[in-house]
Design a protein around this ligand. Structure first.
Ligand code: GLU
Length: 430
């Protein structure tokens, strides 16, 4: 029998997305490194199940507008699939598939009993008015009702969605099944069975990783400076947590602009500024100077935290980074080409699938609490989060040192191998 050539991701329905091709490129590199079976690699390249839905919404002006929504479940091998729901203008099937794949590796590294999933609706949430976001969310939930469930696929917030979005999904699903079902989503309001500390969890996890990396490099947090891209849930909490540890945040940017103050940006005042202005942006903050967007990532600092978009550190700017640690709060911020450039520098990378895994880890705690109907206090949540983040961080570092590979390769191999091992044990059906 002649061997089949490996599958070509570019010729799949996901293949027009550079983010999806990037996720496949990473997977292939790890498969080569770990000697993963080619058939298994091919399977892991393609999500198990994807649903594309039309979501018609009655707009405030009486028109009906139709949005395109996606839910992609990469793996159902280890338990229900798990991952966020993103509202962003340019979201497409391939991007969601890549993010779903990364969720599988993330859950694998953290040893959570979940596969990876992701959802998205192509919409700019800043343009939605009145009840449009609620109607969009409820109709989307209805359209994908047949493939979600507390034991099937559990959503959570991501870019452009929040606790309120999860509350609408929870209510819509519960109305359908006829009983209150909090375990259908995580990242809900605490009053509805959400977990205390879930909102802060990703930023806290990022900070634990940063302080661990500092420890290893002999850097004291009080002497450190930070540059953060994104001031949403992940970026803002990371800033708060770093400042609590004595670090100075010297530059921050978002989609509307970037600001810099070498004496340290007052995060509490900045948060007030963001809450007050209509576009919810850091731009225009009076106690810092405006800098060009392109300068943000190359601003000298101890730790650089991209906490917004994927693919922002590229071959073009990777050589210009002036940080000691790169802590990836966002999913997929660094392209493989940029990785090759960074490999020749002394920048210590904490890769996304480890660095931002605090969010899904506390999502797991939330799901467990909802299933057991027994809630933990914040102290318990935070100490478990810290324990699990540090354990994962140390496993990744040990793997990287033992095999002389990058932190990214080490983290991805731990995640990929966990999924592959479970697949091997379950065997192929039928
Ligand atoms: N959207 C978050 C992520 O990318 C959290 C996912 C979750 O909690 O399920 O990791």
């Amino acid at each position: 029998m002649s061997a089949m050539p490996p599958a070509n991701p570019a010729s799949t329905p996901f293949g027009s997305s550079p983010t999806y091709l990037m996720a496949c490129q990473q997977l292939r590199a790890v498969a080569r490194e770990t000697g993963l079976d080619e058939g298994v690699t091919d399977r892991l390249m393609f999500p198990k199940r994807s649903q594309v839905v039309a979501v018609p919404v009655r707009m405030e002006d009486g028109r009906t507008e139709t949005f395109i929504g996606y839910r992609v479940q990469h793996s159902l091998t280890s338990g229900p699939s798990k991952g966020g729901l993103r509202y962003a203008k340019n979201v497409d099937l391939g991007e969601v598939a890549a993010l779903a794949m990364w969720m599988s590796w993330k859950c694998g590294i953290m040893n959570l009993p979940f596969g990876g999933a992701k959802g998205g609706i192509a919409v700019d949430p800043a343009e939605l008015r009145g009840g449009e976001k609620e109607r969009l969310t409820r109709r989307f939930t209805d359209e994908i009702q047949n493939i979600i469930g507390p034991r099937v696929d559990v959503m959570a917030p991501d870019m452009g969605t929040d606790e309120q979005t999860m509350a609408w999904i929870y209510d819509t699903y519960s109305m359908k099944v006829g009983y209150a079902c909090p375990e259908i989503v995580t990242g809900k309001p605490v009053e509805l069975g959400g977990c205390v500390g879930r909102r802060e969890a990703t930023g806290r996890g990022v900070t634990y990783c940063i302080t661990e990396a500092f420890d290893e490099l002999g850097i004291r947090p009080e002497t450190a400076t930070a540059v953060v891209q994104g001031f949403g849930n992940v970026g803002s909490v990371t800033c708060d947590e770093l400042v609590k540890r004595g670090a100075k945040v010297v530059a921050i940017g978002d989609r509307y602009g970037a600001i810099r103050n070498d004496r340290g940006i007052n995060i509490a005042k900045l948060s007030e500024h963001v809450a007050r202005n209509e576009r919810k942006t850091v731009a225009g903050f009076p106690e810092a100077e405006a800098i060009p967007d392109a300068e943000l990532l190359t601003t000298p600092c101890t730790v650089l935290v991209p906490a917004a978009m994927e693919r922002v550190i590229t071959e073009a700017n990777a050589g210009k980074l002036r940080c000691r640690v790169l802590a990836e709060g966002a999913n997929g911020p660094t392209t493989p080409e940029a990785d090759a450039v960074l490999a020749r520098s002394d920048i210590h990378i904490v890769p996304d699938v480890l660095c931002n895994a605090g969010g899904v880890t506390v999502s797991y705690f939330e799901w467990v609490q909802d299933l057991a109907q027994f809630m933990w206090d914040e102290e318990e949540v935070n100490s478990q989060l810290k324990k699990q983040m540090l354990r994962a961080f140390r496993r990744v570092r040990a793997e990287a040192k033992a095999r002389r590979v990058s932190n990214r390769t080490a983290a991805l191999s731990l995640g990929v191998q966990k999924v592959a091992r479970e697949k091997a044990k379950r065997r192929l059906y039928p």
